[in-house]
Design a protein around this ligand. Sequence first.
Ligand code: CA
Length: 225
Amino acid sequence: MRLLVVEDEVKTGDYLKQGLSEAGFQVLLARNGLDGHHHVMTEIFDVIILDVMLPDVSGWRILESLRQANNQTPVLFLSARDSVDDRVKGLELGADDYLIKPFAFSEVLARVRTLIRRGSVQPVEDTLKVADLEIDIIKRKVMRAGQRLTLSNKEFSLLELLVRREGEVLPRSLIASQVWDMNFDSDTNVIDVAIRRLRRKVDDNFSIKLIHTIRGMGYKLEVEG
Ligand code: CA
């Protein structure tokens, strides 16, 4: 289980990182909003713990970007201000839960565990479907409009990722780390080439296009009507 903690207060950040690591989580700590924003947009976490008051990019702004990108990772808000307005704003922006500082560590741990449980209730599917596209995860078989598509292993993984995160804009760096298991910020050409090949197989012969390029951001799979 991978957690991201975005917290500018050194003591609180260290305390959360240490405690959550000892509880068995893999914890990445971002000490400012800019780093936090970068991590949430380019990596995958099971839960994100977000401080509201950050000197550069606020927790709200980060949450807003995340939800705008259609990313539904559970977010636990840390708010120093005991104001109902703040809490309402956070929840309206799509936070899943919040804690008022100062908080007991046991409380953080309980909330994180609840969010993880809530997030993992989806049954394990063996078939993914979007419009007339059907992916059999077990047999690694892809059909579109009843027609069998032959994909390479990488193409299959790429398509599976796009379908699982349907409607979400996936940055090239995220695709790189998920499909190629590597970090490359510079050589994104590999991804563009793979997408082009995948598109030829998945979209070229069909009137409804599923794979879309989002200029300057990445790719997404969506039925646009
Ligand atoms: Ca703060």
